[in-house]
Design a binder for this molecule. Structure first.
Ligand code: FEO
Length: 617
């Protein structure tokens, strides 16, 4: 019996789930099964996006037949030849002999390697930016080599703004009745499997994934339909922001992953003592016995954490077998940008530490700390000081805000949620600072992310603002990213007074502060960024602060307010004067300068904008 799910009026999921498969690709355990997604677009022409694995071929064919109804199949788009998506192709072409196979040159070549039926005469070859019109829908083909094989392409439906993303944005795990990521608690229950899928399937190809993300960033995407796992129709940035981090090999979290291989428990003992000391310093830790936890899970965790500790006994004059396999796998998956520490054990000739170091040194931007530990058979009391030193050295390599036990527990956890950066636009922001007991804030309109590694922003602040002076003195600030619900009173509160002679928070209902102790605006803002100044550049009326992000979090899914939106919907229109006056009105705040000539260097006393922002009454 068919089992399909409707996605839009024209689009239907016709895939199937496999919960009996033990090892995906023969190497990755899938205790929660796996889904093989296929989608049928029913337009004037009918289009099937990929097929499924042979294990679920029967259900898939029933689904396609039912979803087609009395129509026939016109096109089969093959985006990826790997047999978990192409196994049903030959049978499908027997059932629908007039269907054209839409593919690129490489896909055709790979299909001919896997199959023995006549594919070439049915092939409709496409290349980058080619389109296929199916009636109402226009499909655009985008090449995505090495995500996950060299032939891969993805398809963008510009009519419904849907990206059919092949393996990208997929996840392990069968679909249990829900098709959309927003139908489940994805962050809590599924992000781990999405990360494990990414790290193990395409983790090696970060630069190619980045290229695809670059192409995708130019498209207006309202839905993502991958070949495994959930369809994304809401909060798409949740998964996009993870892909930005993963593909750039940036850690998601500051913390220490300890992976150990221990035959008789003595290496494990040293690893656990280190974990306790790191926790005492307020650092997050995660531990894995590499002989018990599948390598794919540890690879995934290595993509998550900023610091990695490997502890291994020596075995046959080398690295212990399971640890050797893990290290080989990590290097093969291109792990980068991590700080590493190593513990070795060996009863007569400890060599595992040097060998682990030698392997990891091949990876980019791996900082291997000299503070390692070499034990003979078991840890002895005099070596506890070496573990102390190791813990101190690891802790010292963290940003300061990550190592205080108090701040490590503080909500929202001192973490940097990179997706906060997606909230930035040419918009309006409340910039806050703190100097001693003095809290202050002002309105600014220039916040820009300039680099991801390190996560760095710039803000331009008028020197006449008291907040400017506070930042010059303290080197720290918060940016609250205002959203479209922001009322005009927020601009009056922070933009139309001077903090030099007013307490802008005197009548404020807000007292929320980030880990740096600086206030932020919890209402009418959709994200908050805390930063410390790395450099300040004098630009006459303004100072340009270049600053490192130390904390960032999302407050809401509301749209950021843009400058245009502010003028169109929030700022009251300037009231016409009761009697005709000669003068100029500030386009920003409505202040009226009376006089026939506005001096070139005039500064609005209310909002601090210059003469260029005034217009004649
Ligand atoms: Fe799901 Fe690369 O195949």
């Amino acid at each position: 019996m068919y089992c399909i799910k409707k996605i839009t009026d024209d689009l239907t999921w016709v895939g199937a789930n496999d919960r009996r498969l033990a090892m995906f690709e023969g190497v990755y355990s899938v205790p929660n099964g796996v889904s093989y997604n296929s989608y049928l677009l029913s337009d004037e022409k009918t289009v099937l996006f990929d097929t499924v694995d042979k294990a679920v071929r029967q259900r898939f064919l029933e689904n396609v037949a039912y979803a087609l109804g009395d129509k026939t199949l016109d096109y089969i788009i093959v985006q990826h030849v790997e047999p978990d998506h192409s196994a049903a192709l030959q049978e499908l072409t027997c059932l629908y002999p007039d269907a054209k196979i839409v593919c690129n040159d490489k896909i055709l070549a790979f299909l001919e390697q896997f199959f023995d039926f006549d594919i070439r005469s049915r092939a409709h070859i496409v290349k980058e930016n080619d389109t296929l019109n199916t009636g109402k829908h226009e499909l655009h083909f985008v090449m995505a080599p090495m995500v996950h094989w060299p032939e891969v392409m993805v398809t963008y439906d510009s009519t419904d703004k849907i990206l059919f993303s092949a393996d990208a944005f997929g996840s392990f795990g069968a679909l249990n009745g829900a098709l959309f990521a927003d139908e489940v608690d994805f962050a809590k229950d599924y992000m781990g499997e999405a990360r494990r899928y990414y790290a193990n399937i395409v983790g090696k190809y970060g630069s190619q994934v980045s290229m695809l993300l670059g192409k995708a960033s130019k498209l207006a995407i309202e839905m993502i339909c991958p070949l495994h796992g959930f369809v994304w129709r809401k909060s798409i940035n949740d998964i996009l922001s993870k892909y930005v981090l993963w593909s750039s090999y940036e850690p998601e979290e500051h913390g220490v992953m300890i992976a150990y291989a221990s035959v008789y428990g003595n290496t494990e003992n040293a690893a656990e003592i280190l974990a306790c000391k790191l926790r005492d310093k307020g650092l997050k830790t995660a531990m894995f016995d590499v002989s018990v936890t599948p390598a794919s899970e540890i690879i995934s965790e290595a993509f998550r954490w900023s610091h990695l500790v490997f502890a291994s006994t020596t075995y046959n004059a080398g690295i212990f077998v399971t640890m050797e396999a893990l290290i080989h796998d990590l290097v093969a998956h291109n792990i980068q940008n991590r700080t590493v520490a190593i513990i070795e054990n060996g009863s007569w000739a400890p060599t595992s530490g040097g060998l682990i170091r030698g392997s990891l040194e091949k990876c980019k931007n791996i900082d291997i700390l000299d503070a390692g530990l070499s034990i003979k058979s078991s840890l002895k009391a005099p070596q506890l000081s070496e573990i102390d030193f190791m813990a101190d050295t690891i802790a010292a390599s963290f940003p300061a805000a990550q190592t205080s036990p108090a701040s490590a527990q503080a909500a929202p956890d001192n973490a940097i949620d990179a997706s906060t950066m997606f909230k930035l636009s040419y918009g309006l922001f409340v910039l806050t600072a703190k100097d001693g007991d003095k809290d202050n804030g002002c309105i600014i309109n220039t916040v820009t992310q300039i680099t991801v590694t390190p996560n760095r922003i710039t803000i331009a602040v008028n020197k006449l603002n008291f907040t400017h002076d506070m930042i010059m003195k303290t080197g720290a600030f918060n940016v609250s990213i205002l959203s479209e619900s922001v009322p005009f009173r927020i601009f009056e509160q922070f933009g139309f007074k001077s903090g030099k002679d007013t307490d802008k928070f005197a009548e404020s209902a807000y007292d929320e502060r980030t880990a740096n102790g600086i206030r932020y605006i919890p209402e009418h803002a959709n994200g908050v960024i805390s930063a410390v100044v790395a450099e300040s550049l004098d630009y006459g009326t303004h100072t340009l602060f270049v600053a490192d992000v130390v904390q960032a979090f999302i407050l809401s899914g509301e749209r950021s307010v843009t400058y245009q939106y502010y003028f169109d919907n929030i700022k009251p229109s300037p009231q016409p004067p009761q009697e005709k006056k000669e003068g100029y009105v500030c386009k920003i705040c409505g202040y009226i300068y009376e006089g026939s000539v506005l001096p070139d260097d005039f500064i609005c006393p209310i909002c601090k904008h210059g003469a260029e922002d005034f217009e004649k009454l």
